[in-house]
Design a protein around this ligand. Structure first.
Ligand code: NAI
Length: 385
């Protein structure tokens, strides 16, 4: 099947590589010629490195590159079986583009969006036949991160869902099906990793370095929340949080943080601006964590139970299956364990007790335990055997 990718930026270029390496003829279209040249050059470098390391042969590298056609003309999608859109995150622009894609592509062509934050239903509404809309949400960098969230909209047909899923499964990706709700699985369930860490800092319990130390050394996370926010960019991470908060009709659980807002306003965006929660400028010295085991354990426990609560609530609201939710967090954002398995390990009753204690102490809705957690604890149930 010929695969079309619209948008040759960070995500589009990565998805092109995945499809081409899996033997598809791929057409990459971007309005900007310079973007196409950059994408092509970047792929050539990646391929050369993979050959050098012995991961692929020269023939495979040549074949992958030979599979890709670069174009500035969307009419080149006319023979595609699927087009995956990865352009700017703007609903009006995406809707116009999807209406245009429908005109150009064959009737049975699946039209997919890689959007992180827009509803698939709203994009699909631009189509005459909206049964062929679907969300396919890759993670950055697409060739390396195994997870792809597959999001059927209310309009999506069973055939579109099955075909899109089996295609992406054949690209050796881990696919999870999730409901068309804000943040899908990963960007919803992960909110407390940032939000609760910021809150702990705001309460003066610990500084950035200590919170990061607790999450990496005690929790086994690959990166601490502040290092990760600096990596993502405080402006980007703040916007995602704000979008999720608004999309959930201002559920206080997702409330953004003034600290992050101020850091963004100050231009402390993270690595890309040389300074964020930490200082990345040459010769800069960053504070060392206060390695107090008891404080570290408290920080880790608090963030972990908040993450588990989100994961449990996502099961409660059928955002995805329990298996999907655990896979999403380990394969999309490298969590050391699935949150629901982690809950089984710690004992759901202990997670509930900690949440209830916080809910009682703070009187804030953000600490309310998911009803499913209470039900399961009452019945003595676990997520997995
Ligand atoms: P980017 O800014 O790197 O690339 C977007 C590309 O689209 C640019 O090269 C631009 O020239 C091109 N473009 C814009 N309008 C176009 C049009 N009408 N026709 C053709 N090309 C057009 O953006 P990025 O980061 O790759 O994101 C793209 C999409 O993927 C967004 O919807 C974003 O939400 C989503 N996404 C981004 C992730 C990330 O970590 N950056 C992760 C997962 C999804």
């Amino acid at each position: 099947m010929q695969v079309g990718i619209l948008g040759g930026g960070t995500m589009g270029s990565g998805i092109v590589q995945v499809a081409a390496q899996n033997g598809h003829q791929v057409v990459l279209v971007d309005l900007n010629e310079a973007v196409l040249t950059k994408s092509k050059e970047k792929l050539a470098k990646i391929m050369a490195r993979l050959v050098e390391k012995g991961r692929i042969s020269q023939d495979e590298a040549d074949a992958t590159q030979g599979n890709i056609a670069y174009s500035t003309n969307v009419n080149d999608f006319k023979s595609c079986g699927i087009v995956i859109e990865a352009i700017v995150e703007n609903l009006d622009i995406k809707k116009k583009v999807f209406a245009q894609l429908e005109e150009i592509t064959p009737d049975d062509c699946i039209l997919a969006s890689n959007t992180s934050s827009l509803s698939i239903a709203s994009i699909g509404a631009a189509l005459q036949d909206s049964s062929k809309i679907i969300g396919v949400h890759f993670f950055n960098p697409a060739p390396l991160m195994p997870l792809v969230e597959i999001i059927p909209a209310v309009q999506t047909s069973e055939a579109t869902l099955n075909e899109a899923k089996s295609l992406i499964d054949s690209w050796k990706k881990v696919t999870v099906i999730c409901k068309d709700t804000p943040g899908f699985i990963v960007n919803r369930v992960a909110r407390p990793f940032y939000g609760e860490a910021l809150r702990i800092y705001e309460e003066g319990i610990a500084d950035f370095a200590t919170i990061d130390w607790a999450m990496t050394s005690i929790g086994g996370f690959r990166m601490g929340p502040f290092t990760l926010m600096d990596y993502i960019g405080n402006d980007v991470n703040y916007t995602v949080t704000e979008t999720v908060f608004k999309s959930f009709y201002y559920d206080p659980r997702y409330k953004p943080s003034f600290t992050q807002m101020r850091f963004s306003e100050a231009g402390y965006l993270g690595r890309k601006s040389g300074r964020g929660y930490f200082d990345y400028r040459e010769g800069a010295e960053n504070p060392k964590p206060t390695e107090d085991a008891e404080v570290g354990q408290q920080i880790f426990d608090r963030i972990l139970v908040m993450l588990i609560n989100e994961a449990v609530d996502a099961v409660f609201l059928n955002i995805g299956s329990k298996e999907a939710i655990d896979l999403a967090m380990t394969k999309g954002v490298n969590y050391p364990k699935g949150l629901l398995s982690w809950a089984d390990e710690i004992g759901l009753e202990n997670v509930l007790a900690k949440l209830e204690a916080m809910f009682h102490e703070y009187g804030e809705d953000r600490y309310r335990p998911s009803p499913l957690m209470r039900r399961m604890v009452e019945k003595g149930e676990r997520f997995f055997e």
